[in-house]
Design a protein around this ligand. Structure first.
Ligand code: F6P
Length: 361
């Protein structure tokens, strides 16, 4: 194993708060401590496909101002699977070898990939094909990477959703309304569950627990009978209609189906079934671009430094995770395999029920 001299770093998948904190930590640790060069690769693997490869030399001076900025200073993408990459003529091409060649053209000794399970799976496949030295760092507002208790980006997304509930509370009470907040999370209800408890929601709907419109109306009526004139409800985007259909949006350039609209669906059903005035707020991408919370910056620092340490030890094909108050490295294949939705019998669901929150039936 030759000495490490130059490493690359890229962000892949949807952006989230805290990515710049990871990049900064990697640069501080790799450059300032180990004396390595750090190249920031533009637009995920697309920067390695480009000729010449699109990368910039990262220094402490360059990355420091981004610590408190949302998004990613390197750019990212959540489309363009490199194994079936859409070409200008409409055909699909396997670009994995171009990425491998890009890694070598840049003279990299190792690559740090920051991504969710989908991105980590793609990066691992490329690394195995090209025998590249890869270390992963988990990030996702969806919090569904099961091997780690914390993923970069989740905390800020929950904070944004909690603050939204705080604001909706006042309008709900002032106008005697049912205020519905629709949040992201892809197929998991983690954001809705955590923000719902923290923000004092009366109803939390997540895809992991089924509901009925009847049940929701009963919960609202019960509050009315107790003299509470309003109701605060949070719903995860992947919650389905009563008959089990997903609610989706027009694709508008996305590759994956876009979830959205369940808040409006429920708003209309509730109104039709009972005497209630409803309004819907869809939080959307404000959950991703916010100023990173202290926890996302902290975990960014922890993961960034730990990833550099793995490279220094030559321990590749691993992802850094947070378990039981410490950082632990885990094989990437394990990280990809362990998807974590909300546990319907877990502590948070139990807590919500204990608080009298309606979760479904
Ligand atoms: O995976 C992160 C996420 O924000 C999901 O919660 C959401 O469903 C999706 O990405 C939105 O993707 P896009 O940015 O392509 O609209």
């Amino acid at each position: 194993m030759g000495a490490t001299r130059r490493i690359g770093i890229l962000t892949s998948g949807g952006d989230c708060a805290g990515l710049n904190a990871v990049i900064r930590a990697v640069v501080h640790s790799a450059s300032d401590r180990h004396g390595w060069e750090v190249l920031g690769i533009r637009q995920a693997t697309q920067g390695l496909m480009a000729r010449p490869p699109e990368a910039i030399l990262l220094t402490s001076e360059k990355v420091n101002p981004y610590l408190m900025a949302g998004g990613t200073m390197l750019g990212t993408t959540n489309k363009g699977n490199p194994f079936a990459f859409p070409m200008p003529d409409g055909s699909l091409r396997d670009r994995a070898q171009d990425i491998i060649d890009g890694y070598h053209l840049l003279g990299l000794d190792a690559l740090i990939g920051i991504g969710g399970d989908g991105s980590l799976a793609i990066l691992q496949r490329i690394a195995q094909q090209g025998n590249l030295n890869l270390v992963g760092i988990p990030k996702t507002i969806d919090n569904d990477v099961g091997v780690t208790e914390v993923s970069v980006g989740f905390d800020t997304a929950v904070q944004v959703a909690t603050e939204a509930l705080d604001r909706l509370h006042f309008t709900a009470a002032s106008h005697s309304r049912v205020m519905i907040l629709e949040v992201m999370g892809r197929d998991a209800g983690h954001i809705a569950m955590s923000a719902g408890i923290a923000g004092g929601a009366d109803i939390i709907l997540i895809p992991e627990i089924s509901y009925t419109v009847d049940g929701i109306c009963q919960a609202i009526k019960k509050r009315q009978e107790q003299g509470k004139n309003y109701c605060l409800m949070i719903v995860a985007e992947a919650v389905r209609t009563e008959d089990g259909s997903p609610v989706t949006l027009p694709n508008t350039g996305a590759e994956e189906c876009r979830l959205g609209g369940i808040g409006q669906y429920l708003s209309e059903r509730i109104c039709n079934q009972m005497d209630a005035e409803t309004r819907v707020t869809v939080l959307g991408h404000t959950q991703r671009g916010a100023t990173p919370s202290h926890l996302d910056r902290l975990m960014g620092a922890v993961f960034g430094v730990a990833a550099v340490e793995l490279i220094a030890k030559g321990q590749y094909d691993h992802v850094v995770t947070w378990q039981k108050r410490r950082v632990v490295s885990v094989p990437i294949s394990e990280a990809i395999a362990r998807y974590a939705a909300v546990n319907p019998t877990g502590t948070l669901v139990n807590t919500a029920r204990g608080l009298g929150i309606y979760l479904g039936d």
